[in-house]
Design a binder for this molecule. Sequence first.
Ligand SMILES: *[C@@H]1O[C@H](CO)[C@@H](O)[C@H](O)[C@H]1NC(C)=O
Ligand SMILES: *[C@@H]1O[C@H](CO)[C@@H](O)[C@H](O)[C@H]1NC(C)=O
Length: 251
Amino acid sequence: MSESSATISSPPLQKKQTRSCLSTTLLIIIVFPVALAAVLYRLELFETVHFPSGELPQSTATAPAVNPHMRVGSEFVAEGKVHGPEDLAYDKRRRLIYTGCEDGWIKRVTVNKSVADSVVENWVSTGGRPLGIALEKSGELIVADGVLGLLRVTQKGKVEILAGEHDGLKFNLTDGVDVGEDGTIYFTDASYKYNLKDFYFDIMEGEPHGRFMSYNPATKKVTLLARNLYFANGVAVAPDQKFVVYCETVM
Ligand SMILES: *[C@@H]1O[C@H](CO)[C@@H](O)[C@H](O)[C@H]1NC(C)=O
Ligand SMILES: *[C@@H]1O[C@H](CO)[C@@H](O)[C@H](O)[C@H]1NC(C)=O
């Protein structure tokens, strides 16, 4: 009896299995590729690029020498009191370190004899995200703020916007900065297309939206020095003032 009831109940079970099998197949054939396509090709701003086949066979640069003594005798300053310190500037005369943090504050660290005596203060909040930081000869701070653009912060803590665009194209992620002996400010905008919140789209898209520029404090003019850069980042003027180095982040 139990055997026969088993045979009776099996056909509808098989039908159900076929139906669920069919819907799974449909799901895989139609829904999955559509969902995948929607993720890979965002309909909005996202633009794909051709694979740069010439770039990959090149070997990457390596440091010609490593100094293993770099960290001998080094100590942590302001440990746990600064979050996301992207860059720093040291004012030798006043023994002050400035660094821009995630919370939008430029922290000022007074370096005393012992690191343990150092005092960390919330000095100035830009209201944006201070990334690159450099000192002018006068002791004023120049800040590449990822949200606001190129800023000067006076000794008294007044924030002044120096530049936010070049030739009508706004900065969207001002990133690195350094100041030359003659006062010229060199800085990068990592991307005009994506802001700080969306920076990873810039990297995923792999298109060059970055610029390297200079700002002349006397004329208040921005000069474009290099464009079409892949996520332009840090900037450093050579100590002998003969050249300026800037970095690209990917590709
Ligand atoms: C560190 O130096 C600053 C400035 O000279 C001073 O105001 C502060 O009291 C010093 N802090 C300590 C803990 O010594
Ligand atoms: C900055 O980037 C965002 C996307 O991250 C974009 O929506 C916005 O239009 C950009 N701003 C400018 C001025 O292009």
